[in-house]
Design a binder for this molecule. Structure first.
Ligand code: SAM
Length: 266
């Protein structure tokens, strides 16, 4: 995981809003920032612009953007089906812990599904990813594109509401879950970096250098089963031996999809 190495940080302008955003990043735990004072070097660099924030590492670029969540939610609002929601069975008023936030796509769909009275906590081990996604959620309304169709407007509106329900925590999910009381959340969800990847998906590809690749621990699953009232869900590569190793029953479906969902029903 690259997150421990120093990361340059800069704003493109001296506006007070950008400076506040920079101060916010500097306060985030676990990140090792160095204020960038000269031209770009070969270190990873986080740039805060009037149009958003991005992290560059060589040719790799990471920015928070809910692109896949927009497509998935638009499909759901048209009455479509979503395998993640089928696996998690999230409904209005539920509480969800997403133990592997990543870039927050699944968390956003979960936050939409649980509605106004629901609760979503999301944990990410990489401090820089946790900070970038949290910043993106805090400034969600600023990335809504202008002049879009009614369909898209409704989707962005729903996602903006959902984004405000998500609480992001930086840390190891095992430790976080171990502090939560028994039977106190409806669903716990895990989408770890896959054990074996043939072809990395476009949405996950930029995460590779920054994310934690360790296998899921039994201890984390035991903690999830202790705190979950209804189900624990795992997303993994199709035919992954992780389902069996960790005690998940694979759900049928997604015949042509490279991933499967497994559940432990409590
Ligand atoms: C495949 S990505 C998740 C993608 C996410 N579901 C989405 O929709 O964007 C897995 C993420 O889980 C994080 N992760 C892996 N192990 C973790 C752990 N033990 N505790 C917290 N986060 C972890 C990784 O750093 C990575 O960002």
């Amino acid at each position: 995981m690259l997150s421990e190495s120093p990361i340059l940080i800069r704003t493109t302008h001296l506006d007070s809003q950008l400076q506040e955003r920079l101060e916010w990043f500097l306060r985030q735990p676990g990140c090792n920032w160095t204020l960038a004072r000269s031209e770009k070097g070969d270190q990873p660099e986080l740039t805060i612009t009037r149009r958003g924030v991005f992290l560059l590492n060589g040719s790799e670029r990471i920015a928070f953007h809910p692109s896949m969540a927009v497509i998935r939610l638009m499909n759901l609002l048209r009455g479509g089906y979503d395998r993640y929601l089928d696996a998690t069975q999230l409904k209005d008023g539920d509480s969800l812990i997403d133990a592997t936030l990543g870039l927050g796509t699944d968390t956003l769909i979960g936050a939409w599904a649980v509605g106004k009275s629901g609760k979503v906590q999301a944990i990410e081990k990489s401090p820089i990813l946790a900070a970038i996604v949290q910043d993106g959620l805090r400034h969600f309304s600023k990335i809504i594109p202008g002049s879009i169709s009614k369909d898209k407007q409704d989707t962005w509106y729903a996602l903006t509401q959902a984004s405000q329900r998500i609480k992001v925590y930086w840390g190891e999910h095992r430790d976080y879950l171990s502090c939560i009381p028994d039977n106190s959340v409806d669903v716990v969800y895990f989408d770890p970096m896959f054990r074996n990847t043939c072809k990395k998906s476009d949405s996950i590809q930029p995460l590779h250098s920054w994310s934690n690749h360790s296998p899921l621990e039994h201890k984390s699953i035991l903690e999830a089963c202790r705190i979950a009232r209804r189900r624990v869900v795992l997303k993994e590569r199709k035919n992954s031996s992780e389902f069996q190793r960790l005690g998940f029953e694979i759900l049928l479906g997604g015949k042509y999809s490279p991933v499967d969902y497994g559940v432990i029903i409590i």
